[in-house]
Design a protein around this ligand. Structure first.
Ligand SMILES: *Cc1c(COP(=O)(O)O)cnc(C)c1O
Length: 351
């Protein structure tokens, strides 16, 4: 009954997340979830929250969580914005900070949600090609823009950009906001958070979905100058006053406070990633240098779609992107447990 649709709906091309099949014995290496569960302290905090107090609305300002995140990174609470997953945070970023007369710039190969937000909010954008090695060259961003956004490390390549390069970009773009999406930063990339108090045009977003094993809880945040945060709060309070429920807030606070567990699981994922990269190379794959919790790799003799299809026959799912064509030879493999990655290598050897 599309006659009832608002006009904009006809023009939308929504983001398609990786599939979540309900199959037994599936080795799920397709959506960059953490193979290790959340901290036991998070589970305890969630259980404690299952109480009579659920009849009350949560704190609309998420003050405790903001204070916890601010303290963790040595910032002030008014430099922190929290939301229902960083996807929601990013939506508010596009609406609040990136809709201008000039186009927003992002790489041609990057998180495919960015153009979707542009479609929703009617924001003009221009993509900037990664160089021949799939690396972001900041010199290519030296043009008029209404903002710049990319993940660091980039997705789905996993390749990081040095902090000095980001600083260079910030200095050249004092009139527009530079957003660094640090969804995977904790697996070995230098964070730009230390630049937040120096550059009023820098906004850093992060998520608890990957390194803190809480994809199911939906918590993300942004860090930046209080003016940038206020713009996002205005959008949020025009949309949903309570994006974080009582569980999300309690779980997120506990996760941020259990630093030891976070470090331990990140180290395990990094160690498995390094092993996996070497094993893939031994069987002929070209592996891009990843500092994320996934590996982007191609084989000279097999197409990406074919590789993904064959792995599925072994009950292993990875992610394949048909577009842009430059990345269609690749598969993106989430780093799982050691056993899952061994099973993946065994399946690839049989092909
Ligand atoms: C996973 C991911 C996000 C979103 O994470 P949420 O689960 O919505 O917090 C944002 N950006 C990139 C690049 C991602 O890969």
């Amino acid at each position: 009954m599309s006659k009832f649709w608002s006009e904009v709906v006809h023009t939308l091309t929504p983001y398609v997340p990786g599939e979540q099949p309900k199959l037994a014995n599936l080795i799920k290496l397709n959506t960059n979830e953490n193979p290790y569960g959340p901290s036991p302290k998070v589970i305890a905090a969630l259980k404690a929250e299952a109480a009579d107090s659920l009849r009350l609305y949560p704190d609309p300002y998420s003050s405790v969580l903001k204070a916890t995140i601010a303290e963790y990174y040595g910032l002030q609470p008014n430099q922190v914005f929290v939301g229902n997953g960083s996807d929601e945070v990013l939506a508010h970023v596009f609406c609040a900070l990136l809709k201008h007369d000039k186009p927003v710039l992002f790489p041609d190969i990057t998180y495919s949600f960015y153009p979707v937000y542009c479609g929703l909010y009617g924001i003009q954008y221009e993509t900037v090609a990664l160089n021949a090695n799939f690396v972001i060259d900041v010199a290519d961003y030296d043009k008029p823009n209404g903002g710049i956004i990319f993940p660091n490390p980039n997705a789905p390549t996993g390749i990081p950009l040095a902090l000095a390069e980001i600083e260079c970009l910030l200095q050249k773009n004092m009139e527009s906001v530079v957003v660094i999406d640090e969804a995977y930063v904790d697996f070995g990339t230098q964070s730009a958070i230390k630049l937040v108090s120096t550059y009023p045009n820098l906004l850093v977003t992060q998520t608890l979905s990957k390194a803190r094993s809480l994809a199911g809880l939906r918590v993300g945040f942004a860090l930046g100058h209080p003016d940038l945060i206020e713009a996002m709060v205005r959008v949020k309070d025009s949309f949903n006053s309570y994006p974080l429920d009582r569980f999300a807030t309690a779980g997120a606070v506990a996760a941020m406070q259990d630093h030891a567990y976070f470090e331990e699981t990140c180290h395990k994922v990094i160690a498995t990633r390094e092993w996996l990269a070497i094993e893939l190379q031994k069987i002929g794959f070209e592996v891009l240098p990843s500092t994320a919790n996934f590996i982007f790799a191609r084989h000279p003799l097999h197409d990406g779609a074919e590789l993904a299809e064959n792995l599925r026959d072994h009950n292993i799912i990875v992610r394949h992107f048909k577009k842009p064509v430059r990345i269609s030879p690749f598969i993106r493999i989430t780093v799982g447990t050691d056993a899952e990655c061994q099973a993946l290598i065994a399946a690839l050897i049989k092909q």
